[in-house]
Design a protein around this ligand. Structure first.
Ligand SMILES: [Zn+2]
Length: 165
């Protein structure tokens, strides 16, 4: 994969290799949101959001290759750092991809996630976090933006907007 130009759109279709995945995640990370933009923290889809969807899709495509791992989450800080995780399916309960991503972030000293997205394996669409994950995310990151909806027409909602009234 050639070195991406910052700000250039990501290709719609990607052939992902392990090396390409690292580059893609780094590429999602080099995007910077406008520090003065009125969209900061808002619910408009930004280039950074599309890059995050691409990164999560790449992780799902490359890493979700068994019944034990079926969903991938990518999350981004306001500074542009991206972390990812896949779920763990097991009779004992396993763990959601969002929880793994939050734990991965904490492991790396990241405690200020701004945007998160989860995608399914085998080309499935975006997946809205489950109820317990919504509560967990809202408690840890009250300002979190969540990308949801069909993969070809995603939208951003505040995590608090996903909580039961
Ligand atoms: Zn969950």
């Amino acid at each position: 994969m050639s070195s991406p130009r910052i700000g250039s759109p990501l290709p719609a279709r990607l052939w992902v290799t392990p090396a390409g995945l690292g580059a893609l995640v780094r590429r999602a990370a080099v995007y910077r949101c406008s520090p003065t933009g009125s969209e900061h923290g808002g619910t408009t889809m930004r280039d950074t959001d599309r890059a995050l969807v691409q990164a999560a899709s790449a992780v799902a495509k490359l890493r979700c290759r068994s019944a034990a791992h079926t969903l991938a989450t990518a999350a981004r800080t306001a500074e542009g750092r991206v972390v990812s995780g896949v779920n763990v399916v097991h009779d004992s309960g396993g763990a959601c991809a969002e929880v793994i991503a939050v734990g991965t972030a904490a492991t790396q000293g990241v405690h200020d996630l701004e945007t998160i997205v989860t995608v399914g394996d085998r080309g499935r669409s975006l997946v809205t976090p489950c109820g317990p994950c919504r509560r967990l995310l809202a408690e840890l990151f009250p300002e979190l933006r969540v990308i949801v909806g069909p993969v070809d027409d995603p939208r951003v909602v505040p995590v608090t907007g996903l909580l039961e009234p």
